[in-house]
Design a protein around this ligand. Structure first.
Ligand code: TXA
Ligand code: MG
Length: 337
């Protein structure tokens, strides 16, 4: 299949012919990748089972991993769910549009393969002008996982999507690099107390400021317990070469690097700027000065290390405050130790 690629300059969405064409493809049952404020998504009409099946096929995604339905407004979101608890409405007022996905009881409006047979559905209102315009024009809920091949790091630029999915999807809206750089926080809103199923763009602290205590799925920390969200059990976000996550000062990282170099390995390093400046290795990528920059640059950096260039990636472990929790969640999933 030929993948049509449209370039949207400066987020010019008003009467934009390209976004019209993309929305038309979606209503015709095709797949289109588009930017959101977190990562690029691969969208299809969530009410059309055969359209949704094309997403699973293009990504090579396991059938038991449910998709998030994207809508433009809270009104549209409410048409997909039953029993919205008061705390979820509060969260929506504060964080939607934005990088927060609500898991709520499904009312069956979306196709069965969106929810992978679960009685709940994940719903999100993305905060990106191109995504918003696409959703408004398509006027259907749009199922959209991250637009990468399953297992690879999520795409934060249109080129990442192109590398993974060119020829496998109908269209790609190029809106430049995404902002947050990590996926949305997924929060289960079916219990009395909300539970974070996947840490992400909205932090636990931000959520608790609005609704009081929030739990974290114990399965995220404890490898013996199965995560509550199907997607969290898979190895994910994997670079082409093994990644080791090392806690401690730069000297600690350097000692591991030196040992592995003596073993004949070429070493790549991922670290904050402060740490990167103190390290010597074959290739070093500085992820940025603070945890927000580190989050925004992480997936691009993971994709940069190619087989043949380095044999092993050594990555600094970061403090788990704020979005650091999501950064470390992704790095643990990407890492081999
Ligand atoms: O930021 C994001 O969330 C991006 C952009 C494109 O919106 N999307 C994204 O989708 O990351 P995906 O499919 O890569 O990840 C969705 C996660 C998976 O871990 C999935 O298992 C979980 O959300 N999920 C979806 N529906 C669920 C449900 N009903 N119950 C529990 N977990 C659910
Ligand atoms: Mg994904």
């Amino acid at each position: 299949m030929d993948t049509k690629r449209w370039n949207i300059k400066n987020n010019e969405t008003f009467h934009n012919q390209s976004i019209h064409e993309a929305a038309e493809l979606i209503t015709q049952g095709e797949t289109v990748a588009f930017p959101t404020e977190t990562v690029y998504g691969l969208g299809a009409d969530a009410t059309n089972e055969s359209a949704v099946a094309k997403i699973f096929k293009a990504k090579g995604r396991p059938q038991d991993n449910p998709l998030i339905a994207h809508v433009a407004t809270v009104e549209q979101l409410k048409r997909l769910v039953d029993n919205l608890p008061a705390y979820a409405e509060k969260l929506m007022k504060e964080f939607s549009p934005g990088p927060l996905t609500y898991v709520l009881p499904s009312n069956g409006m979306c196709a069965d393969n969106v929810t992978a047979g679960l009685s709940t559905i994940g719903v999100r209102i993305p905060d990106h002008p191109i995504a918003q315009e696409l959703l408004k024009l398509a006027d259907v809920p749009v199922a959209a996982p991250s637009a990468n091949l399953s297992g690879k790091p999520s795409p934060t630029t249109a080129n990442h999507v192109w590398d993974d999915l060119n020829g496998r999807i109908a269209g790609l809206l190029d809106g430049g690099p995404t902002g947050v750089g990590l996926e949305s926080t997924v929060i289960d809103c079916t219990q009395d107390i909300p539970i974070i199923l996947r840490p992400g763009g909205i932090t636990k602290e931000q959520l608790e400021d609005v609704v009081g205590p929030v739990m974290i799925d114990p399965g995220l920390a404890n490898t013996k317990e199965r995560p509550m969200s199907p997607g969290m059990k898979y190895k994910h976000y994997s670079p082409e070469v093994p990644l080791w996550l090392i806690e401690g000062a730069p000297e600690k990282l350097q000692s591991v690097i030196d040992r592995e170099k003596q073993n004949g390995n070429r070493i790549g390093v991922l670290a904050s700027r402060a740490c990167a400046e103190q390290i010597q290795a074959d290739e070093i990528i500085s992820l940025g000065e603070n945890i927000d920059e580190i989050a925004a640059n992480l997936y691009e950096a993971l994709r940069k290390f190619k087989q043949g260039d380095v044999d092993l990636i050594i990555c600094e472990a970061f403090p788990e405050d704020g979005i650091g929790q999501a950064v470390m969640n992704r790095l643990r999933k990407a890492s081999d130790i």
